[in-house]
Design a protein around this ligand. Structure first.
Ligand SMILES: C[S@@+](CC[C@H](N)C(=O)[O-])C[C@H]1O[C@@H](n2cnc3c(N)ncnc32)[C@H](O)[C@@H]1O
Length: 306
């Protein structure tokens, strides 16, 4: 189970209560029923963050969503807001202010190491199945935002003679180097938006949700520039289904509203559209993979599968 799946499983009523209380504080509850667009403009709220909260509460049944554009109304039973343990969800206490445009919450720097250790555990458990699902596409991996290199280590371990380069922030690279790089894996500090190099396989694991749609599309396009002909870009991330769930994705979407400027959880079709826009043929279900087109005339044959 992912860290946020565990948080949602343990704290779902608290998440609902905090989101409900925040909507009350910014005047949304008193203005329902209404569309998100009207609510955001009349109350001065950040539109995509408001949508994240409304959608999560609609998924939980605390709000009812009808029509196009979606209009949200109270559903009857209200989430309990008293006695909610806000200490278990740092940052979320500021949700109302963040909805009004306050800067996102930030995690204290001293938690970086524990955060990445946790991510590494999750990645190490998932990575073998990911690389088995992708199959053999060459021996050179560039892992964009690869953290402490768990996906890269699994890639190298499963492919004789393979090598991997992990790009991340200077702070994360320093942590990784301190822990010792696995054989065949090297780390470099770089801004992913300026990533360069040449790879058979490029991985973007749990990075796109940190950014708004324009930047996420830009990252996919930048990642595609690293690929050799026939190379594969792999995107591994949470995804929202068309019905506003699953629960951990709906609430992680709110978590991104709390902790990032523009980050959010996307639907797989959005990611596939970015792969196509970057000149890749999207294939398969998740993880989303894009194969670089070998020749220009393939463009006519672009088809989305899955
Ligand atoms: C949620 S973590 C995912 C880590 C790893 N890929 C995984 O799935 O476990 C996102 C990583 O992307 C890195 N990152 C995000 N934006 C970046 C940027 N613009 N330049 C370099 N690294 C970035 C973060 O430092 C972090 O290590």
């Amino acid at each position: 189970m992912d860290i946020f799946e565990a948080v949602v499983a343990a704290h779902r009523p608290a998440l609902c209560g905090m989101a409900w209380a925040a909507l009350g504080r910014v005047g949304v509850l008193a203005a329902l029923p209404e569309t998100a667009e009207v609510l955001a403009s009349s109350l001065g709220l950040v539109p995509h963050k408001l949508v994240a909260v409304l959608e999560a509460l609609a998924f939980e049944g605390a709000l009812v969503r009808t029509g196009t554009p979606a209009r949200y109304a109270r559903a009857g039973a209200e989430p309990a807001t008293a006695g909610v343990d806000t200490a278990s969800l740092p940052g979320w206490a500021s949700l109302a202010e963040i909805l009004c445009g306050a800067p996102p919450a930030s995690a204290p720097p001293e938690t970086l190491s524990a955060y990445h250790t946790h991510l590494t555990g999750i990645a190490a458990a998932k990575a073998p199945a990911l690389w088995d699902a992708i199959g053999a596409h060459g021996a050179r991996l560039v892992d964009l935002g690869g953290g402490l290199g768990a996906y890269a280590a699994a890639f190298v371990a499963r492919r004789p003679g393979a090598s991997a380069r992990v790009l991340d922030t200077p702070e994360v690279v320093a942590l990784a180097v301190q822990r010792g790089a696995p054989v065949g894996v090297c780390f470099a500090a770089a801004d992913l938006f300026e990533a360069s190099g040449e790879a058979d396989v490029v991985l973007l694991a749990n990075v796109l949700h940190l950014y708004g749609p324009e930047q996420a599309a830009q990252l996919v396009a930048q990642a595609a520039t690293l690929l050799v002909d026939g190379g594969v870009l792999v995107v591994e991330d949470l995804a929202l289904d068309g019905a506003g769930g699953p629960a951990h994705a709906a609430w992680f979407n709110v978590n991104m509203a709390v902790f990032t400027e523009g980050g959010r959880v996307y639907q797989s079709d959005e990611v596939r559209a970015w792969l196509r826009a970057a000149g890749l043929v999207a294939e398969g279900d998740g993880p989303w993979t894009g194969r670089v087109m070998d020749s220009p005339w393939c463009a006519q044959d672009v088809e989305l599968k899955g």
